[in-house]
Design a protein around this ligand. Structure first.
Ligand SMILES: [Zn+2]
Length: 443
């Protein structure tokens, strides 16, 4: 199923025709299993990649390999001198005149939400962010988690060409580039796909994975893998009746800013939810992660202990990380968890780019990971000791403060808990401005 999803449609950028058709295919596969999948359709701010161009004008003329970050907007071509911005923290900006300049950011930069306002205030024209992977890799990712148009265009540039520009600048050479952006935002709608497996009670266990991907590759590991795991669960659970109702959700719009999970989490209302399990690039699980919610830890310890000889080697973790579809649920007070299953670096390095193709997902990765995921899902659906729980906003605020994520959530406009003891930027994990889930253990 995953190979066909990759090869028959290509990347599943949310809002694209390929995404719609691929979702339709998944839906018909679920119908063939005897389910009645539902489409939950919602409006969101889409973004379409156009024929963008960043060309080095001096000291050498050369078209650079780049990918615009989403919500970069069209503008007439302009030429600009490049300046080094290091990590892009306020102190890293040079004191010299920056009006009309293009900034070059290191791979381990501070989150873009913090760099952009400073760059804009200094009158800068564009930003180039150097990729952390070598070999000509780019890192398509979102420039905004709210869908707000970026004040200036932002591009991912390869480690090799970014490093080249930096070396030239560091020895005093002038480097100028011409930038032209045609990519643009668009009002759009998309859908999540939802399947319900009715239990003996209405208490709900949510299991979700994002279906969408970036456009450059096929979204095989990110997150065709999770898409396939949830599909395998659907296959496994058909005709079963667990104690709790299980909702399987394929989210759309995760890459541009978790639009699909924000939509679902926004409509949970008073539903009695025991937990939400998120599967985003989960390889063969080595640990289960309670994502900062202490109340889940004993339940997960119990599950892992009961696995006897098959215990997960790294046991139970309890670390929250920014990004992916667990977050909107957590913000709504729902307990969320995930599994820590690192993927071979030689495969995962291609994610968000051209090389994230079906050949990067060995069949055993789906089969072996689903074995453990299904065991966990059945335990959570049937464990009599697990009760529905919704954290109070104060407890949720405390969870994120403890994880050092308050500042990050404020920067993307998702902090709605008022002021408490403010954290300093030092307590923010070194997640950088890399894509949301690079802060997580899976990449
Ligand atoms: Zn993902």
């Amino acid at each position: 199923m995953l190979t066909r999803l990759c090869d028959d449609f290509g990347g599943r950028l949310t809002g694209s025709e390929a995404n719609r058709r691929a979702l339709q295919r998944l839906s018909s596969e679920l119908v063939a299993l005897g389910y009645q999948p539902e489409l939950h359709t919602f409006p969101f701010r889409g973004w379409e990649r156009g024929e963008d161009r960043v060309e080095m004008l001096s000291p050498v003329r050369r078209v650079l390999r780049v990918a615009a970050l989403s919500y970069s907007e069209p503008h007439p071509p302009f030429a600009a001198d490049v300046v080094v911005l290091g990590r892009g923290a306020a102190d890293d900006f040079p004191r010299s005149e920056l009006q009309g300049r293009t900034g070059l950011l290191d791979a381990a930069s501070v989150p873009l939400g913090e760099v952009l306002p400073v760059a804009k205030a200094r009158g800068m024209a564009a930003l180039l962010t150097i990729n952390r992977e070598n070999g000509g890799q780019l890192l398509a990712r979102t420039g905004s988690f709210s869908g707000e148009a970026l004040p200036i265009p932002v591009y991912s540039v390869t480690q090799e060409e970014g490093g080249w520009i930096r070396r030239l600048l560091e020895r005093g050479e002038k480097v100028s580039v011409q930038v032209e952006t045609r990519s643009h935002s668009v009002a759009a709608e998309t859908s999540n796909l939802v399947v319900r497996i009715p239990g003996k009670t209405d208490d709900l266990l949510v299991v979700g994975a994002h279906f969408d991907s970036w456009d450059l590759g096929q979204g095989a590991l990110d997150n065709g893998l999770g898409t396939a795991q949830v599909f395998a669960l659907a296959h496994r659970l058909r005709r079963s009746q667990p104690l709790r109702t299980i909702e399987l959700v394929w989210f759309n719009g995760e890459e541009e800013g978790m639009w699909g999970s924000r939509y679902e989490a926004g409509r949970v209302g008073g539903t009695r939810i025991v937990a939400m399990l998120n599967l985003d690039m989960v390889g063969v699980p080595q640990a289960v992660n309670a994502l900062g919610d202490d109340s889940l830890v004993p339940i997960l310890e119990r599950w892992n202990a009961a696995r006897g000889a098959k215990k997960l080697p790294l046991g139970v973790q309890n670390r929250c990380w920014f990004g992916s579809d667990h977050m909107p649920y957590q913000l709504a007070g729902v307990r969320a968890l995930t599994l820590h299953g690192p993927i071979d670096p030689s495969l995962v390095r291609y994610y968000h780019d051209f090389g994230d193709t079906a050949d990067k997902v060995p069949e055993a990765l789906v089969v072996d990971s689903t074995e453990i995921i299904a065991d966990l899902v059945l335990a959570l659906a049937n464990d009599p000791g697990l009760k529905p729980l919704r954290r109070t906003p104060a407890d949720t605020a405390a969870l994120f403060r403890k994880a050092g994520l308050e500042q990050r959530l404020r920067a993307v406009g998702w902090w709605s808990f008022g002021d408490g003891p403010r954290e300093t930027s030092k307590s923010t994990p070194p997640s950088g401005a890399q894509p949301a889930k690079s802060a997580g253990p899976n990449s």
